[in-house]
Design a protein around this ligand. Structure first.
Ligand SMILES: Cc1cc2nc3c(=O)[nH]c(=O)nc-3n(C[C@H](O)[C@H](O)[C@H](O)COP(=O)(O)O)c2cc1C
Length: 183
């Protein structure tokens, strides 16, 4: 039977949503049935065979709805293959120090959740989006903060999108291979 995958995301401006879309499309190509779900939606997750859950990072924290989703669904997630990914500025540059720090943010925020044997935690450089439906739905203050962050990143780094799609795709491929091996 075709395995059903939930690709869930927590996003401000839509960057993590776009990463989730690419991951989901790769799962679809590999023969899975995939739903892309905003983690703020209340979702019946009992029909899924595996979970790929992503969040962006703000002020050194993953998004609250991501943490809440994992806490709430812990009894289910512990029984199903689950992988996490984080999208953030700290991973603009993939160094051992940046990986360690980003992982610490994730582990700290999940410290109250009983341990889940995640397949892996993908750590990806993010971007700053100031257009698109997710951005447009934000409140004006957050939009202003994002515009100001974009300006300072572009001034310093000369670009505003650090997503490495090859890295994201090869991470997804490795997760697909692992999930295919699980019965
Ligand atoms: C207000 C604000 C605070 C941020 N704080 C952090 C941070 O503490 N660490 C980090 O690595 N990235 C930080 N970022 C960068 C975001 O994680 C990055 O831009 C991400 O791609 C945004 O994805 P999203 O649109 O899915 O929320 C911050 C971005 C904003 C706008």
């Amino acid at each position: 039977m075709t395995k059903k995958i939930l690709v869930g995301y927590a996003t401000w401006s839509g960057v993590t949503h776009e990463v989730a879309n690419v991951i989901a499309s790769q799962f679809n190509h590999a023969g899975f049935q995939t739903d892309i779900v905003n983690l703020k939606e209340n979702q019946d997750i009992s029909t899924y065979d595996a979970f790929i859950l992503g969040t962006s990072i703000h002020a050194s924290h993953p998004m609250k709805i991501f943490v809440e989703f994992i806490k709430k669904n812990h009894p289910w997630l512990i029984r199903k293959p689950t992988a996490l990914f984080a999208v953030c500025a700290n991973m603009f540059e993939d160094t051992p120090e940046n990986r360690k720090e980003t992982l610490t943010w994730l582990h700290d925020s999940l410290k109250d959740v009983p341990e889940i044997p995640f397949l892996d935690i993908g750590l990806f450089g993010g971007a700053v989006l100031t257009e698109g439906a997710d951005y447009e739905n934000l409140n004006p203050v957050i939009k202003m903060v994002i515009r100001s962050m974009k300006k300072s990143i572009v001034e310093k780094m000369k670009k505003d999108d650090f997503r490495d799609w090859d890295k994201i795709k090869s991470w997804t491929e490795s997760i697909i291979t692992t999930i295919k091996k699980t019965s």
